[in-house]
Design a protein around this ligand. Structure first.
Ligand code: C5P
Length: 220
């Protein structure tokens, strides 16, 4: 390998949380540092891929050689991810909020004597399931994530078929993961599962990028 195994390949990566506004000063969000997704974007770019990173709010710098599109909400993330197609590779690692507030208040909601407001929520679209749907724009390799605390393999495998993606990076989040530098991963594909030892997020990204490169040009 020349270190540029993914030259000529296009990749889109989502990372970080989404932020769903309630009013101008409040919102709903998820716990995600974005570190794993950023490391994957960096590892793909280091192997020569042309990488678009669609990122929710994180404090992280743009990885070298990567084009970052900053978004806040799930709806914006979906639009930016679809706008990055066609691509050969999609790695959707963002922690997308499952719900958004139906009607965002135009002004700050005041504390009232009548008690707290009731927020009506509506479901956000599943970006991964949409990208993985068969069609002319479907990337050749669609990879999703599954953060689980129990039954990692069974949950990851059912997510794989439910969402129609090719691989799932199963994440054991019962251990220390959020914001940490380490990660424990089970790579689930259609025909098997591969348990990786506890690695740094940079090492997980490098292994995943190597597996992706191998998928496109298998070594003899
Ligand atoms: O269903 P769950 O949220 O556990 O699925 C996780 C996987 O699906 C991740 O790859 C995540 O980025 C993706 N996802 C998405 N859009 C959503 C919810 C999850 O792309 N609305």
């Amino acid at each position: 390998p020349d270190g540029r195994e993914l030259a000529g390949r296009k990749a889109v990566v989502t990372a970080g949380p989404t932020f769903e506004p309630i009013d101008p000063v409040r919102g709903l969000t998820n716990r995600s540092s974005g570190k794993q997704g950023y490391a994957i974007a960096a590892a793909l770019a280091a192997r020569g891929a042309e990488v678009t990173l669609v990122s929710g709010p994180t404090g992280l710098p743009v990885p070298v050689g990567v084009t970052r599109i900053d978004v806040e909400t799930a709806m914006q993330m979906k639009a930016a991810t679809e706008a990055a197609l066609p691509a050969d590779i999609a790695v959707l690692s963002a922690a997308v909020a499952d719900w958004r507030v139906d009607t965002v208040a135009g002004g700050k909601i005041k504390k009232a004597p009548g008690g707290p407001p009731t927020l009506a929520l509506i479901e956000n679209p599943d970006i991964l399931a949409g990208i993985a749907k068969p069609g002319p724009k479907r990337p050749k390799l669609v990879i999703g994530f599954a953060a689980e605390t129990t039954d990692l393999e069974a949950n990851a495998r059912s997510k794989l078929s439910r969402k129609g993606c090719d691989w799932i990076v199963g994440n054991d989040v019962s251990a220390d993961v959020f914001g940490a530098d380490g990660n424990t991963v089970l790579l689930v594909t259609r025909d098997g599962a591969d348990a990786w030892p506890r690695l740094t997020k940079t090492e997980v990204a490098a292994r995943l990028a190597d597996r992706i490169a191998d998928h496109f040009s298998p070594k003899a």
